[in-house]
Each structure stands twice: as C-alpha cells, then as structure tokens.
Design a protein around this ligand. Structure first.
Ligand code: PDD
Length: 296
C-alpha cells in the first residue's frame, strides 16, 4: 500500500520510516548489526508530538537532541534545517492526526570495540506513529505509582537510548499492578519516573525536583511550569518528599501523557486519592495549547 493510504488503513505493515538517507517501508527498515546503538546503546533519542501536522515544541526537542549529542560527542547527522525537513516528511508519509515522532541518532556502525573510531557516520532513524493517549479510566481515576531507589547512572539529563533501568522500573511497577515507577534518591526525594517527570502540589504550590544530573529536562515539564506561572500558580523547583505535610496532589508529565494525575503511590492514596484541581487545571491548559496548535 502506498504511503498516501488513508490513516485508518495505516498499520505497522504500511508505515514508512526514514533510515540513513532513505524512506523505506517500516517492515523493511534495518540498521547494521554492528550499529553501536544495537551493541552498546551508544545513542540518543527524542519523542515529539505532532498535532494535525504541527509539531509541539519542536525547537526545545531539537535543542535537547543537540545537547544530548554534544554530551556523548556524536556529531548531528545533518544540519538542523534538514533534520526539520526529514521530520516533516516522515510525518507527511505517515500523517496521523495526532502523531508521535521518534528520532534516534547513534554513533554509527563499526566492528565492536568500546572506543569508537572517530570517522563514523552517525545513524539517523525517524518514525511517525499514532500518538498514544492515556485511557479515559486513567484520566478519571489517575495513574498509580511505586517508588524505587534510583539505580540509574549519573547523567539522566542526557536522553540516552540506554533504558535498561527504566525498563526494569516499569517491569517492577507492572508486577505491583502500578503504572509507573518513580525514582527516589537516598534521602527519599522524588526525582522522576521511568519515562516521565513528576510534580507535586504542596501547600498550593507546584513543586518539582530541579534540573540536574538526576532528571531529564522534560519538554512537557517545562511547558507545565510555564503554563502554571502564567496562570499565577507559584512554582518551586526543589527536592521534595512524598511525606511532606501539605502535599495534596501529584501529577506526571511526558510527551505521550501531557499532564496526568497520579492518585496512589506504593498502594497509598495521594491526597484524597482523586485527581486534584490543580492537576485538572494544568491538564486543561496543556490540552488547550494543543488544540490551539490544531487550529493553526
Ligand atoms: N520519555 N523523564 C524520562 C526519564 C523520560 O524518559 C521522559 C520521556 C520524560 C519526559 O520528557 P518529555 O516531556 O520531553 O517527553 C522524563 C519519552 C516520552 C519516552 O521515552 O518515550
């Protein structure tokens, strides 16, 4: 089926991916078995939402991608304007009304050795799929979380494809019938989720861990903080714990969830156990920003 097939007929069999210079059927899209992404997780990635053909905060996502590449000393595979064109074309070939664009850059392919030759050509892949959304049930009742003491590395600010710890966190959350595992430091400060940031409402203020090596600077996190400030809600970026008095709400943020209430943690209710008013307001503000994009 051609790439112009109606969206309703788009399925994994007829999606198109960008791989190292070519657009190919997703099912035939491959990279070398000695790609360093495959052998060493030597790469970085981004996930960007696209609403009716308009990318949500593409600039900050590409800034973060550039920072991640610079941090691991991998050159961007092409100029930024060209990358933007490739991203747009990937969406045009898989034009879901609400799409999730995945961009991955690895150091490239070479015979396996920890120290890579500095002559490698980076691998670039881009896909566009339907943007997953939280279920109505999750929106109505909130997500559930567990906490785990952080056993990841000390550069969580890099959006690395080395996600084994995150997968183990998600598996443990699933075993405990929860939706997300949230990492805590040795003093019990809540850092972020396996694939999300987390914010709390404490004494009416929106509180979240400051940006450092223990958290990814989520694009949705910054959007949420901006929306809160504009709405006159006080924001504090500081370490916080779940047992602080005055904690009434928790919410997670990510590209695929926007703002989602977290109503239980380790089997105990957060606040009154129901999605809270500030979370609801911030989610509405975020959805309104997305709808504005749809109308542009
Ligand atoms: N995850 N923290 C971690 C560890 C993440 O993996 C993510 C995103 C976030 C939220 O970032 P953003 O708001 O920019 O999506 C925070 C993506 C969506 C993923 O791995 O699929």
């Amino acid at each position: 089926m051609s790439s112009t097939a109606p969206l309703s007929e788009k399925s994994p069999e007829n999606l198109t991916a960008y791989v190292n210079g070519d657009f190919v059927a997703l099912e035939n899209a491959t990279v070398h078995i000695e790609d360093r992404g495959f052998q060493f997780a030597d790469g970085v990635y981004e996930v960007v939402a696209c609403i009716h053909g308009h990318f949500l905060d593409l600039g900050p996502h590409l800034d973060r991608l550039q920072r991640s590449c610079a941090a691991i000393d991998v050159a961007m595979p092409c100029a930024r304007a060209q990358l933007e064109e490739l991203i747009a074309e990937t969406w045009q070939r898989n034009p879901f009304d609400d799409a999730m664009i995945y961009i991955q850059i690895t150091r490239g392919a070479a015979p396996r050795a920890h120290l890579a030759p500095d002559t490698l050509t980076p691998t670039l892949i881009i896909t566009s799929r339907e943007l997953p959304r939280p279920s109505d049930e999750k929106l109505a009742c909130g997500a559930s979380g567990i906490t785990l003491e952080d056993f990841r590395w000390k550069r969580c600010d890099i959006k690395s494809i080395a996600l084994l710890a995150s997968i183990m966190g998600k598996q443990e959350a699933h075993r405990q019938a929860a939706d997300e595992a949230f990492w805590t430091d040795a003093d019990g400060h809540v850092l972020e989720g396996s694939s999300t940031n987390i914010l709390a409402v404490i004494d009416g203020k929106l509180v979240t861990h400051p940006l450092d090596h223990q958290v990814l600077g989520g694009i949705t996190r910054s959007m949420t903080l901006d929306l809160a400030r504009k709405a006159g809600i006080a924001v504090e970026e500081r370490p916080w714990t779940l047992d602080e008095s005055g904690l009434s709400e928790c919410m997670l943020t990510s590209t695929t969830n926007a703002v989602l209430p977290v109503c239980s943690m380790n089997g105990k209710a957060v606040g009154n156990g129901k999605p809270g008013p500030l979370t609801g307001k911030l989610r509405q503000l975020m959805l309104a920003a997305m709808e504005d994009l749809r109308r542009t």
